[in-house]
Ligand binder design. Sequence first.
Ligand code: ADP
Ligand code: MG
Length: 718
Amino acid sequence: MSLELTSPVSAISGVGPKKKEALEALGIRTVFDLLRHFPRAYQNRGEIRTLLEAAQSDEKCALVLTVGSRPQTVTLKNRKTITRFTAFDSTGSCEIVYFNQTYVASVFEVGNVFRFWGRVERFRYTWQMSSPEFEPLRVNRPLPDLFPVYPLSAGLSQKVMQNLVGSALASLDSLGGDPLPEDVRARAGICDMRTALYDIHRPANLERMERARKYFMFEELFIFALRVMSSSAFTSKACGIKMSEQLADMNAFFAKIPFRLTGAQQRAISNVIADLTSGRPMHRLIQGDVGSGKTVCAAAAAYFCVKNGYQCALMAPTEILARQHFADLEPLMSSLGVRTSLLVGSLTPSQKKKVHNLCASGDADLVIGTHALISGGVSFKKGGLIITDEQHRFGVAQREALSEKLNSVDLSGAPLPVHTLSLSATPIPRTLALVMLTDVDVSIIDELPPGRQKVSTFLVDESYRERLEGFMVKQVAEGRQVYVVCPAIENSGDEDEDCDLISITGEVISRAEEKKLKSAIEYYEDFSAGYPGISTAYLHGRMPGKEKDRIMREFAAGNISVLVSTTVIEVGVNVPSASLMIVENAERFGLSQLHQLRGRVGRGSCKSWCVLVSDSDSATAKERLEALCKTTDGFKIAEADLALRGPGDFFSTLADPSSERQHGQLAFRFASLCNDGSALDLAFSEARALLNSDPSLSLPEHESLASFAGLVNKPKLS
Ligand code: ADP
Ligand code: MG
């Protein structure tokens, strides 16, 4: 039976319900998904060691050995079998054993040469390899140097995954035309998708791997550019809802705000009002560092819209953020006669129903919520404005779904696109914004409210460990709270990673270095064992959303003093008594990302600190981290990062590891490795040119591209 790319994984022989489920946990449903499940890294089997060398190391490695004796199988009392034989190279000889794999006896003929992969151990008076992997070495048939190591889920092994991908690769023939147009690929200097897919899974050598990486990096940037520019929000320069300044008394609004707006906030609000009254749909992004006061600008926009007789929806990426916005805004809004409701997943069905009814009847003016806003059952009577907070957390598809729900109609009944306003704390360097955001208007809040405390930032090494823990204890004793961020969730116990690996960028990932990485779970276990009196918890991206929310709520409520996590800690959540942020292995993070993390503290009146822990010897790493200690301006930091590392760091800030593969969501895997600004320029200019010639990608030659980029509803691959 021939496999198609669109076939479900269950069509692959050997995939039963168990494997299907394990694959599903990785987001893999179809053969094509499987091909898009890229290796995490590669084993280097091209580097051959001698028996002598291998025996002196405890790592797995590759050896080329000649079979020296006929395999003998013995059956043990418990009916298990052992098959053994000897094999040798110029430095010695070793015994090779396999358990319960009697078939190997017919594979190994005396005098034949194999490449083995495994660990050489001393066993009594000889060297021994236990169940090594093997491949016959044949003249004129070179073996690939690089062996893929995949991300796995429970119930899958590397071997199984390799075989499944192998079957999937056979279906590449059913890939029709390449989604990326040939002339675009030619100008970008990249290969076709079929070649890239083959090479990423089975790279014969480093050059092939590099070629595949280059393809996927460009593909990712190009699809991102297409999505950004073709989402209806960007294309419709058409008519929008025209609002009027006469209807909304902004002075009444300002009078209720307990502080004086900064100049930057006033400018952002004027920009928004100019957009809303222009008669064209607004597509504005308000960018400002954490704590710069974007929420009040959003509130002003909502007020203006409601007073003009339209409903407004404010969508936040997490329930805790939505609740926080509701708690902050509802009192203000109700004092201004704006009826505000909250719509989040954890409401009871009857509570939800009630809010749905208020939306549909027009009795809710402002609805604050999460994804629950785009679920079935929600409809608005007369929508006018959508605000998305921390906009990068949402996929285009989710924003579009919301805008469809809010769309109003003009007098003739034709649909009118709603206004959109996005808030983001991710500083996009101006130079990048020029390339990426030519079609969206940006207001930048580059001024913090007066009286803000600067977060003092320090760089320390391991020798400070004891003092650092003492400082944590002291902060906790004073009623403050501490965040600890670690780069890894847990150190993987995967056997196949028990060797140096080669990363997708061709660098060697040293096993010894990886083992030194602080893992959130280990840190949590060590710390809570060492300080049983301090309430400590940990949080990571693979936890169920409800559990994450619960822990975050407990932390916000002050019931948890020390929160150990990966970078998932919620953007924008306000925990005023959090005064200390510790980042372990700080050299592993981009500067912008560190800056975002630092923004989690210093949100209240207490003096706050950010401590970057790094033992890296690299001078550039030190220089980067020291730069962060000196400046607190997010835009300057983003610019510095761009200059030092290319656009990659910016993309890694955008990427949300926990959202990978969710429909319509962007998760940058390759672009985050990009250190080449010209690739980004090219991707955007190519996307723009393509959309100029075929705005809706409806020409037959663009059909596969449109479906691949997720720009049409029915994904179709072949
Ligand atoms: P962010 O831009 O990170 O979303 P917020 O809108 O949550 O920031 O504002 C952070 C805090 O600053 C809030 O408590 C808010 O009330 C306060 N704030 C906002 N603007 C001002 C201002 N102009 N003067 C004083 N405090 C302000
Ligand atoms: Mg905010």
